[in-house]
Design a protein around this ligand. Structure first.
Ligand code: B12
Length: 503
């Protein structure tokens, strides 16, 4: 009896992306420990299955992945209940929330160990130590309590991604048909998720991955990726891929090599990049990427305010001028730029906070003038626990504090915080948040996203016509007519919270 219950908490209403976080950890213990997988996205009440497994007495470990936001609503109460009802079971958390809020999490007493960062080596080593009763002190990426003190072991190098064991797709099929995780998006009828690299070479002060990877990045080779994707195509008929990497396009050489391999595969793909990185790509590489199926790329544009870009340590050579010129350049290659903006940064006075918001609204409209096909994603700034950044210290000077108790994260205001929807930071008034949301409504009315492919041309035309006067004249207040149509007629789906619309 040393079975593991792996848990992927529900992450919203619609999400059915394959839980790569869990699958990659499963791969690290494949054949060594018995296990079951529970995906909260497919369970009305996951506790029923979890308790049945626990009652069997065959399971010693509960291992959950925990991202910020909705996943906490299942991860916290279930982990707490296991500790209360099955105290001999060892609870282990991993993932971005557990890593970034390790102290608050481990002090809750609900989990025994936290894996901070990649778990590919740390997790199997921890199980080996626990099942052979030797201390886990030498195991890297580990956080736990010992003699009342929090122990945080050394941070390990990012594993070589090419030598990691293959993901056990056939295994998850035993628990949930893999067909559940393959769906129609605007990219293709059989869209699947793939992760080819860990980390990111940059240290943007608003990004939750920085405290974990500190500007380190490691990736699979183009050949390895291509072979994996060929396998998915042959095995499951995949014709579209969402690359879930934090920064897929770091290396032009890797992307060019991969693209030349993908040219004849008829697979469309999407991934995340930086504007200044990709602006260094040659026209030849950008054309090859398009030919190879690259349809849209997510870019962290963040703001048209150069002072803010500096304050958020965006680094590199990203400026408002480059953000604009790059949007124009992308028109030549038929690849849709998906620009993500963050509004609502702290500033000395409310007037300055509102001016930053107004300026970025104007900047976004300018980008749409330059390249109307640019997709716009809008988030509202919510601080992340970086070691130290001007942005975090300014936020704290203005009174911002993270919850001190794990259960506090279950309060509704903190879920909205995590989803960057309405973070209620001390410098943001409801009037400011409303303005951002109302602008977003009018913008999405005038320029509905291509990713919501269920919209028919007539619907797009009508909502655009209806939004024209407001959009052109910056009349964003109380856009109820657009909201009602988006909600009840279009059932409009924005990609921000749960990814691209998938059927
Ligand atoms: C897929 C994804 C989603 C999917 C859901 C995935 C799911 N689990 O069901 C969707 C689209 C729903 C989603 C939503 C959100 N997401 Co998201 N998401 C991702 C993404 C792109 C990929 C995650 C993944 O599969 N990675 C691949 C795996 C292999 O890597 P990994 O998760 O790091 O796992 C390794 C380690 O972390 C560790 N580990 C992880 N879990 C566990 C568990 C155990 C037991 C152990 C031992 C180890 C372990 O070991 C693994 C192997 O090394 C990441 C970015 C990224 N590249 O990771 C963002 C990311 C996790 N998301 C993020 C955010 C902010 C959100 C949202 C809050 C955004 C929003 N505004 O609403 C929402 C949350 C709302 C919601 N609906 O849940 C942030 C979190 C940053 C932070 N502040 O902590 C990330 C990092 C993106 C970013 N760069 O900012 N997301």
């Amino acid at each position: 009896m040393n079975g593991i219950i792996f848990f992927n908490p529900r992450s919203g209403q619609y999400n059915r992306r394959i839980p790569l976080s869990i699958l990659q950890v499963v791969a690290s213990i494949q054949g060594k420990y018995p296990y079951v997988i529970i995906d909260g996205n497919f369970e009305k009440d996951p506790w029923i299955k979890i308790e049945n497994y626990l009652k069997s007495g065959e399971f010693s470990y509960f291992a959950s992945t925990v991202m910020p936001g909705p996943q906490l609503k299942q991860a916290i109460p279930i982990t707490k209940k296991i500790k209360e009802l099955y105290p001999s079971v060892i609870n282990i958390w991993g993932g971005y929330f557990a890593s970034n809020h390790a102290r608050t999490s481990i002090l809750s007493g609900y989990m025994d160990y936290i894996i901070k960062g990649p778990g590919d080596y740390a997790f199997p080593k921890l199980l080996d130590a626990l099942s052979s009763n030797y201390p886990p002190d030498e195991i890297e990426n580990l956080i736990y309590i010992k003699a009342g003190e929090i122990v945080s072991t050394l941070k390990a190098e990012i594993p070589d991604q090419d030598i990691l064991p293959p993901l056990p797709y056939a295994e998850i099929n035993k628990f949930y048909s893999i067909r559940n995780y393959i769906g129609k998006t605007f990219l293709g009828s059989k869209t699947f998720a793939y992760h080819s690299s860990m980390g990111c070479p940059f240290t943007c002060a608003f990004c939750g991955i920085v405290p974990i990877f500190n500007a380190r990045w490691k990736a699979k080779s183009a050949a390895k990726m291509y072979n994996d994707i060929r396998h998915l195509k042959d095995q499951y008929g995949i014709n579209a891929i969402e690359f879930f990497d934090n920064n897929f396009f770091v290396s032009e050489k890797r992307v060019a090599e991969f693209s030349s391999l993908m040219v004849k595969e008829g697979i469309n793909w999407w991934g995340e990049s930086r504007i200044d990185t990709m602006n260094k790509y040659s026209d030849k590489t950008l054309s090859l990427m398009r030919e190879a199926g690259c349809r849209m790329i997510f870019f962290g544009a963040e703001s048209g305010n150069d002072e803010l870009l500096n304050k958020m340590d965006k680094g590199g050579t990203q400026t408002s001028k480059l953000i604009k010129s790059f949007a124009a350049r992308m028109k030549n290659f038929g690849i849709i730029p998906e620009y993500s903006f963050i509004l609502g940064f702290p500033a000395e006075t409310p007037q300055k906070v509102m001016k930053q918001i107004d300026d970025d609204i104007e900047f976004i409209k300018e980008i749409k003038e330059i390249n109307p096909s640019t997709e716009i994603i809008i988030y509202i700034f919510s601080p992340v626990p970086t070691e130290s950044s001007e942005l975090l210290s300014q936020s704290q000077n203005l009174g911002f504090r993270f919850p001190q108790n794990l259960d506090d994260w279950l309060e509704p205001e903190w879920e909205k915080f995590d989803t960057h929807n309405n973070p209620l930071t001390p410098w943001l008034t409801s009037e400011m948040v409303e303005k951002i949301h109302n602008f977003e409504t009018v913008l999405n009315g005038f320029y509905p996203t291509v990713s919501d492919y269920k919209l028919v041309p007539l619907q797009r035309k009508m909502i655009k016509t209806l939004s024209l006067f407001r959009y052109k004249n910056n009349i964003f207040a109380f856009p109820y007519e657009i909201k009602i149509l988006q909600k009840f007629w279009l059932k409009y789906r924005r990609p921000e919270v749960e990814g691209f619309y998938m059927e």
